[in-house]
Every structure is written in C-alpha cells, then in structure tokens.
Design a protein around this ligand. Sequence first.
Ligand SMILES: [Zn+2]
Length: 368
Amino acid sequence: MRFAIASPSRTLASPRRRRHAFVLTLFMIAACACVLSARAQSRDDGSVTGAAGEPYPHMPSIAPIGERIGKYMELPAAAVGPAIDPAKGYRLQDLGGGLHMITDNVYQSMVLVYDEGVVVIDAPPSFAQHIPAGIAELTDKPITHVVYSHAHIDHIGGTKSLGGRPAIVAHDETKRLLARAMDPNRPLPTVTFADRYALRVGTKVLELSYHGSAHQPGNIFISAPAQRVLMVVDVVFPGWMPWRRFALAQDVPGYFAQVEEIRKMEWETFVGGHVARTGTHADVDLQIEFNNDIKRAAAAALSSTELAAGLNPQDKRNPWALFDDYIDRVAAQCVDALTPKWASKVAAFDVYIWDQCYAMEQSLRIDE
Ligand SMILES: [Zn+2]
C-alpha cells in the first residue's frame, strides 16, 4: 500500500504513473476485501449475528459464564464441615472463653457471652431468626451489643430480628453506607470508629481494626485475642474458591493485601463469614498460593494474547467487541493454566474460576 498513497510530488509526476498507482490501489483494496470476506465467511457460515461462533483455541472444558454446567465437580472432603441438625437450622461451635460461632453452614456469625450479656457479631438474614435460640442454649442474658463486620445485607440484614435496642458498633464507612441505604433491617450503628476500637464487655474484649478497602469500604477485622480467634468476613473461604470475582472485592489489590495481613496476624481459629467450617493458617496459605498462581497466569495470558487476532474482521470498527474477544481469550488461557493444579484443590473451582480470571485480568490491566 505504501506506493499507492505516495507523496503528492510522486503522484503528480506523470499521468501514466498516476494511472499505474490507481490500478494497483484498486487491486490491493479488492485483494484485502476478498481476504476479509473469506475469513468472515468461514466464521459466519450458519451463524446468527450475536450468536456464539467457533470456540476459541484451547478452550477449557469447564463451561464459561452463562453456559450451563451438566454436573458440578465433586467437593473435596476437606471442604465439607460438620453437619447441621435440620430441626434446629443452625450449629453452634465453641471457640473458647465464651465465644461461639453460629452458622447455617453457608453463613457464619459469632456470639460472645460475658458476665452481663451477649455480643452478637453479624446477623445474616439466612439464619438470624435462630440466633436467639442459639444464645438460649448458652445463657439467659440479653443481647447488649451487635458488631457489624460490614454493611452488606447478607451479613447484617437480620439485625432487626434480634429484637431489643443493643448498642451497634461498626466502622465510620459502614455507618455512611447504611445511612444511604435507609434499610430498617440494618439499624444505624450507635458507636463508630476510624482505625481501632476495643470493645470491652465485663472481663472480655474484642479488638476491632480497619485495614482499608478490599471487599467493601468499612469491612473490619474482629480479633478476640484471649480466644485466639480472628474474624474477617468475605475475604478467605476456608477450603473453598472465594465467591465470584474475589468475593466481589471492590479493590482487588487491597483484597490480595488483606489476605497477606490475615496470614501475618496471630490467631488459631479463623472465622470467614461463609462456608461450613472455621479456618486454619493452612487455609490462608492455600488462598495466598492460589492468589499468586492466578496473578501469574492472568499476567502471562495478557502478555501472550494478541489483540484482535480472534476477531471477525467485520467487527474491526467496534472497539468494545475487540476487547471482548481479547479478554475472553485471556480468561480462557488463565482458566486453562490453573485447572490441572487447582481443580481438585479447592471446592467449587469450576463454579467461579472463570469469574476469578476475568476479575484478575481486569485488575492487572487497570489497577496495577
Ligand atoms: Zn460482603
């Protein structure tokens, strides 16, 4: 094409040379159009605009988002916790020193019994109606305090059903978000803090601290030092793949950093707010190993995937389509790279691995 759009001095050189250039230009345009049309036809045969085309090369066997999975992978034994008595609908787990986890094996909250009353940490609506019955198994003292881990409905939306008028402790950001939501089931905090707050009740203490935005602004670490328990909700899921997109982390680099912080802290029992069982340091180490692996796999896919190589030429003026095609191929390569090692190592790998790879490649492109 270089000669066809040559400098004006050359195109003006002679009528013969101009005609020659014109004919060659036409030839090149026609040749390009033929190639593009042939490539487009090979993709378009029998397909409908907007419908699925040919699969990407090396497409993982795990179905992508939006495609039905015939049978999900079996759960590793280590991921399945103690069973729940269906007649009760909840399970209490003694964590020592008056502290108990209460769970329906999907959500987790805690209760701390002290000499004058009870502190409830989170009230997930999935089982909050059973929390008073759980407390009644331990004591007849009243709920005097509620601690909110963060503002999300699925962890504190059962607070109103606890009854009474307990003091509610949360981070400043949580109060701001709840004031905006105006949700009667999530009463506004009555005590808030910015960095640290020691909740002292009788002889017991809960150390609340803020480590910045990761899952959601205002999500706090809740430490019970005497019981050697750390609760951080929606960050580490012992034995399991995190919920989709790193548990919907609003700040993915912040999320990665918080898992590292959890590892460094001193505790023996971890309460993550989800799944059936409590966690150990080995669970957190495994999460960090996964985080490192997915970061490496997504970075490798981003750098080795060619932009527009898989795009139908008819879509070349659609930059959104261009990136959709590129990002899909990056995610496919990321899923493919992680599957051999991780498919049987964490529960529900197949459920969310595509989501995690999409979240990882996006964060690497725009956050780092
Ligand atoms: Zn949440």
